[in-house]
Design a binder for this molecule. Structure first.
Ligand code: ATP
Ligand code: FE
Length: 356
């Protein structure tokens, strides 16, 4: 089976071709990602209208490039998988319209994919994984613990009640005058910092659930920064490094504590091959990754972190989630809708227009 994947739900336009022979692990024949960071840089965040227009302009080129790199033509494609939500509606619509256009012109089956399902299934692209596994999705827009019971069966154990960790890293960088994206710059500064020089809160640890909160960290950081500036007139290099280290340690501790809770729930199901996987850009953080590996070891579980190119937004994961839906005999009609909001545990295809 050869699947074309299309992704345009945030600020990356992406297309990929995936091929599966029999029931082997699918092979990524091509994965093209065209970012838009340059278009949004001067606005300090993603501007939905600009994103939608850029997707509409870039999609055709991305798809052509993905097909060419994979050395396949449209006539060899068995299904088109496209992100149908959740995300910025203009972007999602651009992708859905494009996919429908190709499907209408060629008769190739159309499959709507939940972007979060794409992230959640990604470990299967690089590793042998058995259901159920525990997934921690940590990105610029999301933070949640998911039990992945099957390719279309997810239970959400908990998630952030405010900011996503990536967003918190980005805001921290902005507050300290460090370059965007904030994650890598804060991690870099933190290497020379002392994590316990400044005190940061550890929100929601007193609650027994798997919910998290990160907006208080940003407020704490702002207060500490203003205090230092008021006392000394400015931040030294070391102050900045210590603030970054303290912030990063707080995020790590919160993720670690809540991962323990999630693992406890997951282990109750006595999985034969216990596995915790991560996805999302924040999974690139060395300190966070090391801590999650540590948690996995404590529970005697395997830890899987896909390479960064598959952790961040891409179309290979969308093609893969589409492949699973296609193999389950599902496809969507021309009335398939684009959905700005689409919780993963409402996976029912009926919500996607006339999904069969
Ligand atoms: P989503 O995929 O949820 O719609 P997104 O596209 O913003 O959101 P990703 O592309 O998965 O998210 O990841 C980008 C985020 O990851 C940014 O917020 C960035 O700061 C963060 N990030 C990247 N590298 C690191 C790092 N080394 N440490 C911490 N955060 C990081
Ligand atoms: Fe994403």
């Amino acid at each position: 089976l050869t699947i074309l994947g299309i992704e345009s739900s945030c600020d990356d336009t992406a297309a990929a071709v995936l091929r599966q022979s029999g029931t082997n692990r699918p092979e990524i024949l091509s994965s093209i990602v065209a970012g838009q960071a340059d278009l949004h840089a001067s606005f300090g965040g993603v501007v939905p209208e600009i994103a939608a227009r850029a997707h509409a302009e870039k999609l055709d080129l991305c798809i052509a490039e993905a097909l060419e790199k994979a050395n396949v033509t449209l006539s060899e494609i068995d299904a088109i998988a496209v992100t149908a939500g959740p995300g910025l509606i203009g972007g999602v619509l651009s992708g859905v319209m494009c996919a429908k256009g190709i499907a209408a012109a060629t008769g190739i089956p159309l499959i709507g994919v939940n972007h979060l399902a794409g992230h959640a299934l990604t470990p299967g692209l690089t590793d042998e994984v058995a259901f159920p596994y525990l997934m921690l999705l940590v990105s610029g827009g999301h933070c949640q613990f998911l039990l992945v019971n099957g390719a279309e069966d997810f239970s959400r154990l908990g998630g952030t009640i405010d900011d996503a960790p990536g967003e918190a890293f980005d805001k921290t960088a902005r507050l300290l005058g460090l370059p965007q994206p904030g994650g890598p710059s804060v991690e870099n500064e933190a290497r020379n910092g002392v994590a316990d020089r400044y005190t940061f809160p550890r929100p929601l640890l007193d609650r027994a659930d798997c919910n998290l909160s990160f907006s208080g960290l940003k407020t704490a950081l702002m207060r500490l920064r203003d205090q230092i500036v008021a006392e000394k007139g400015g931040l030294t290099r070391q102050d900045r490094a210590d603030l970054c280290a303290g912030f990063q340690q707080a995020v790590t501790d919160v993720l670690s504590a809540k991962s323990h809770r999630a693992m406890n729930i997951y282990m109750e199901s006595a999985p034969a091959d216990p596995l915790i996987a991560v996805a999302g850009g924040v999974a690139a953080n060395g300190t966070i990754r090391a801590e999650l590996e540590h948690v996995a070891r404590e529970f005697g579980a395997r830890f899987v972190a896909p390479p960064l190119s598959l952790c961040t937004d891409n179309a290979a994961m969308i093609a893969y989630a589409g492949l699973e839906r296609f193999r389950a005999g599902k496809q969507d009609g021309m009335d398939m809708s684009a959905r700005p909001r689409w919780p993963l545990d409402q996976q029912s295809p009926a919500l996607l227009g006339s999904g069969k």
